[in-house]
Ligand binder design. Structure first.
Ligand SMILES: [Zn+2]
Length: 177
């Protein structure tokens, strides 16, 4: 198999597409299980003027919506699925809304800046550790040498060794007495 820039680019694109499909599937599972809200995510990645770019639409039923919203949601999913990847990357949100939902009632809120934030912390993990029984902690320490807690949301890993955990327990005991 010839291996040059084209092959590498294709491999990069196909693995990016694979990741995208996995990400979308996991997101749908997450919203179904954790939020229990009907949700569909449409995302597209590509390039604008040679720069990597991504755009997407999250379609979600509001918690206050009634049971009849299922039919409306399916209808909106069908409408939203007609958006082309190219349009997601290049059109203004207002234009996308008009193009997709011009026959619907649309309320447009002021845009808000988004930033990633995860509420996990070392302190939270310490509380989890302190809620485990001594035998469980001993068992994991014996098997692995230390305890690692991974945040499933952001991927952060918090490591605790035996010494650290003993110190935690000592401080907790002091606070109780
Ligand atoms: Zn996290």
């Amino acid at each position: 198999m010839p291996c040059g820039p084209d092959v590498e680019t294709n491999l990069a694109i196909s693995s990016a597409n694979h990741l995208k499909v996995r990400f979308i599937q996991q997101s749908h599972d997450y919203f179904k299980q954790a939020e229990q809200l009907q949700t569909r995510l449409f995302i597209h990645s590509g390039e604008i003027n040679g720069e990597p770019a991504a755009g997407g639409i999250l379609l979600q039923v509001l918690p206050s919506a009634g049971i009849e919203s299922q039919h409306q949601f399916d209808h909106l999913v069908q409408l939203t699925a007609t958006i082309k990847g190219e349009e997601l990357l290049t059109l203004e949100p207002k234009e996308i809304l008009h193009r997709l939902y011009h026959e619907e009632d649309v309320t447009l809120y002021d845009p808000q800046l988004v930033a990633f934030h995860c509420s996990c912390s070392k302190k939270r993990c310490e509380n989890i550790l302190l809620s485990l029984c001594d035998e469980d902690i001993e068992h994991i320490l014996h098997e692995r040498g230390e305890i690692d807690i991974e945040c499933e949301f952001c991927g952060a890993v918090y490591l605790f060794n035996k010494q650290y955990i003993e110190e935690l327990k000592r401080i907790k005991k002091q606070q109780i007495h």
